[in-house]
Design a protein around this ligand. Structure first.
Ligand code: NAD
Length: 275
């Protein structure tokens, strides 16, 4: 099964579907989950310093024997490492843990606007990219005013903004901003963390209609909207299930019905105050 790629604003290609490892314990759990994901065909892994499992991700990658050029690896800067120099030191540490010379994408994990260091941090990201330590740079959990500030005060538009998105938290306004500014949307918690969304009557009815699981219906909605997703699971059957979303297509009106579930149900923290 081949996963479509999306071309980022710097020309780098990213597989639209990947594997997320938040809340996957470092050690055996993370190594096994990543190994299973690579086995199932995933070639894009989304980790972060904050997840504490970069070393395990790196071990699974090394053991897989898959050529580095076939993999897309993202990591993210920890909240306590903002700052132009500090961000680059933190990336060096992440690279050492991952056992890589370069990541494919490096993200500012949270803007922490009260700390007011994200613009300076972004300059460090531009330097890290120029030094070849990451192929692309982006942000996560940035709101429109934060993106506007980067545009006004720096030379580089982020390649992606990784934000919470699922059908009941659709982020229409922020996604439209991304579209207008050449920023790809990465949707975190694409399954709504496996909560009530996957029991929603509309989702269940579509699962029945297409002969697919609720998770596959929701992931397919993301794919058809153009979102980049990396669902997390440590359950072998779900790792396979979540990858199997390219053999069917939702009708436009069913995509619209799912989009209509938006109820502003944010699960995670508010980026304006977090960190
Ligand atoms: P998710 O929406 O991927 O949901 C994962 C949970 O859903 C699993 O723990 C499991 O309980 C359930 N699940 C998974 N597959 C299922 C299936 N097929 N059927 C039924 N239930 C299923 O949630 P997530 O882990 O929060 O998000 C995915 C990834 O996004 C993370 O692993 C991480 O890489 C990234 N993320 C980033 C941020 C950020 O601030 N940038 C925040 C949260 C998550």
């Amino acid at each position: 099964m081949s996963v479509p790629t999306i071309t980022l604003n710097d020309g780098v290609q990213i597989p639209q579907l990947g594997f997320g490892v938040w809340q996957v314990d470092a050690g055996t759990e993370a190594e096994e989950a990543v190994a299973r994901a690579l086995d199932a065909g995933y070639r894009h892994i989304d980790t972060a310093q904050m997840y504490g499992n970069e070393e395990s991700v790196g071990k699974a990658i090394a053991k897989s024997g898959i050529a580095r050029g076939e993999l897309f690896v993202t990591t993210k800067l920890n909240n306590d490492r903002h700052g132009r120099q500090e961000a680059q030191k933190a990336l060096d540490e992440s690279l050492a843990k991952l056992g890589l010379d370069q990541v494919d994408l490096y993200l500012i994990h949270w803007p922490q606007p009260k700390r007011d260091a994200y613009v300076d941090t972004w300059r460090g990201f531009e330097e890290a990219k120029a030094a070849g330590k990451t192929r692309s740079i982006g942000v996560s959990n940035f709101q429109i005013p934060h993106l506007d500030r980067l545009a006004a005060e720096t030379d580089t538009v982020p390649s992606v903004n990784q934000i919470e998105v699922h059908p009941d938290f659709g982020q229409a306004v922020l996604r439209a901003y991304h579209r207008d500014h050449g920023i790809a949307t990465e949707a975190w918690s694409p399954l709504g963390q496996g909560g009530p969304l996957l029991q929603d009557g509309v989702v269940l009815a579509l699962a029945e209609k297409y002969g697919r699981t609720p998770a596959q219906i929701v992931l397919r909605w993301h794919i058809q909207l153009g979102n980049i997703v990396f669902p997390k699971s440590v359950t072998p059957s779900r790792i396979v299930e979540n990858f199997d979303v390219f053999g069917f297509e939702l009708a436009d009106d069913d995509v619209a019905t799912l989009t209509g579930l938006d109820a502003g149900n944010r699960i995670g923290p508010d980026p304006d105050t977090f960190g």
